[in-house]
Design a protein around this ligand. Sequence first.
Ligand SMILES: Nc1ncnc2c1ncn2[C@@H]1O[C@H](COP(=O)(O)OP(=O)(O)OP(=O)(O)O)[C@@H](O)[C@H]1O
Length: 232
Amino acid sequence: MSLTVSNLSAGYDGTPILRDVDCTVEDGEIVGVVGRNGVGKTTLLKSVMGLLKPEAGAVQFNGEDVTAESADVHARSGIGYVPQGRDVFPGLSVEQNLLIGENIGAGEETLYDRVYEYFPILEERADQDAGTMSGGQQQMLAIGRALVGNPDLLLVDEPSEGVQPSIVQSITEDLTRINEELGTTILFVEQNLSVIQGLADRCYAMDHGRMVDELNGEALADRDQLEEYLVV
Ligand SMILES: Nc1ncnc2c1ncn2[C@@H]1O[C@H](COP(=O)(O)OP(=O)(O)OP(=O)(O)O)[C@@H](O)[C@H]1O
């Protein structure tokens, strides 16, 4: 797995948001994208997933130019997407939500057993309507739905949003385990400092639609440095 984003520019209805964005994700890495509200983090993930057509630049996945491909082609070629706000289908059961993930994923080998192993609550609540679950449980379901199709790359948009603090920590650990045990590469967007530091091998900082910094090692461990990109 490799992902290379080069000189990417994208926006909405002619309003530019991303400007000349470059970033790479290597096989097996967990890479974060940090930045304040509205800097373009979600727009970047949507552009990578093919949910938004870039105006310029390129997205390469496994060495192939996939800039013009749609989201369903990306999903079948091994990219899983966990959207901001989770977007589970509230009136469908947990199991039906997972089945949708299987159908849009690569489809060769499904990972129901592994999903239930990481998130036992999803097996316990398999018949329950997704909309009746807590924010944290819905986040687990959204991750499980993306994981069940066995993606090589998982894009995760703000896993801590709307999730109570005790569950945030456990979701951070679950994503780390998924990366270590399944070899799933992860690119995530986040504003929660402990999630960023607990999860990322390195991270990019965005401001006004541009990549303005890359933090790893000591810089990533330095709370003050990270907070520059998080505190308004
Ligand atoms: N569908 C849309 N149509 C028009 N403008 C949009 C749309 N989605 C986002 N924007 C605008 O694009 C800019 C970047 O939004 P984006 O969601 O990418 O930021 P973000 O860094 O993910 O922030 P947040 O953490 O608040 O989600 C914002 O100014 C936002 O208002």
